[in-house]
Write a protein that binds this ligand. Sequence first.
Ligand SMILES: [Zn+2]
Ligand SMILES: [Zn+2]
Length: 359
Amino acid sequence: MSTDMYETNAWGKKSQETEFEKIKIQRNLAGDNDVSFDLQYCGICHSDIHFANNELGNTSYPIVPGHELAGVVTAVGSNVTGIKVGDRVGVGCIVDSCNKCSQCEKGEENFCEGGFTNAFNYPLVHGGLKTNTGYSFGGYCESMTVNKRYIVKIPDNYPMEAAGPIFCSGITMYSPLAHWKALPGGMNVGIIGIGGLGQMGVRLAKAMGNKVTAISTSPNKKADAMAIGADNFIVSKDADSMASGENSLDLILNTVSAPHELSHYLPLLRKDGTLVQLGLVTANHSVNQFPFLMKRINLSGSVIGGMPETQDCMDFCAKHGIIPATKLVKADQIGEVYKSLETKNDQIVRYVLDIKASL
Ligand SMILES: [Zn+2]
Ligand SMILES: [Zn+2]
């Protein structure tokens, strides 16, 4: 092992065919600008599965997934201010970026012109962190080290096990709400898909002071959506229900990640309204441009958020008591959790790996 690295326990897959097992990985010791922390929890995100199973064909093994990390600081570099040993902190999808482009300068590292480094299975090209393999290892592990820039502070009153999902589904919804001026409220906001992302969107949009319409293919989601703050509910497969919402929404956040027909939702937009794509659909969309002309509507997309905004999202959730529902699991249950997530993609309860209980 090189002298600037340390070894830590992790849970990873050594190949596409094997199950998760306990492995050793190496990370860089905290340099002058870095923070190390011991993990307590890491959320299990559906996107972990795509990479663990090499579904995109670009997985490097061994892989240690996880981009919803939460833990307690164990070491800080000499240049680090505002974070001390013992602080509660977390890390999300971004673990490094170029630190010099105009987007990084603005704190929008999610749009880094050199490409941000994802929490796992990503080549370490920016030099801010190291591992023994040259690609990133995620949060199914005992310890993490990153540059201070990528650290989010978890407020004292916030449950640690629920913080990780804020760095993924929380910021994914918060950032477009803030960008399209649904913060500080007063807009009519629609949320398509009431799963993990959608339920965060409903809660955030409501807490910001907007009128919220939940939109789902399933009428069964109505009670849940209304319980977390939706003012209206539209069943997207019901023509009468869709007609009732025509020309009513300023902003629609679309969380659907399966192939779908965009044109179906455009009638819901008011003049100058915007539809924002958040779910990852790899197939091309086909849209009729007529409603774009007649209502001057916009189609856009968004991906997570920058680091300052992620901290804002964390603080907002703490202030408004927005706490994702979680279910703790141990490392030896990862296989069964993955199987359950593979069969049902829209679960509202987030499985969270209890690191201390798994060691
Ligand atoms: Zn995620
Ligand atoms: Zn950059």
